[in-house]
Design a protein around this ligand. Structure first.
Ligand code: ZN
Length: 157
């Protein structure tokens, strides 16, 4: 001990079954909460791009759902990786490494939010524990709100 890391460094060996399970979830594409939200929004007639960098942003930061016309970017954040205040239980083993790692994820999230807002995007973050209907309500309200027509959005009858 004694080392104080700025960067988490390479992952320590998974020290428990729980940590191993968490680490396997790193690839977070098409998680169940995300699929449920997509299904609900699609059912409501909303159409979106999946796992895409919102146009006009200069960094490669992908959003889970992108509504181009309304300029709304949706992220479905896992409770563990994104440090949900209700369900955050940092692993005890390798606690220091996890603290730095998880803090870096949150810092990156806030940076992504800022960059998207600067580029004129509205960011919606949904926790994986959120009720899917309530989350869809939030997204739908933003996507369907009247927005200034600065760019022509082709309308298909
Ligand atoms: Zn949670």
């Amino acid at each position: 001990m004694g080392a104080s890391w700025q960067e988490p460094g390479p992952a320590p060996p998974a020290s428990s079954e729980a940590a191993a399970t968490l680490m396997r979830r790193t690839g977070r594409r098409d998680t169940r909460p995300e699929l449920a939200l997509r299904r609900e929004l699609h059912r409501r007639g909303l159409r979106y791009l999946v796992d895409t960098t919102p146009p006009g942003t200069n960094r490669r930061r992908r959003a889970d759902l992108v509504f181009r016309g309304a300029r709304v970017a949706v992220f479905v954040d896992g409770c563990f990786w994104h440090s949900c205040p209700l369900h955050l239980h940092p692993p005890r083993a390798n606690a220091q490494w996890w603290r730095v790692k998880l803090a870096s994820v949150v810092a990156r999230d806030r940076d992504t939010d800022e960059r998207l807002a600067e580029a004129g995007w509205t960011v919606v973050r949904v926790w994986e524990h959120e009720d899917v209907v309530a989350a869809a309500d939030r997204v739908e309200a933003l996507v369907r709100r009247p927005h200034p027509v600065t760019t022509a959005v082709p309308t298909v009858a």
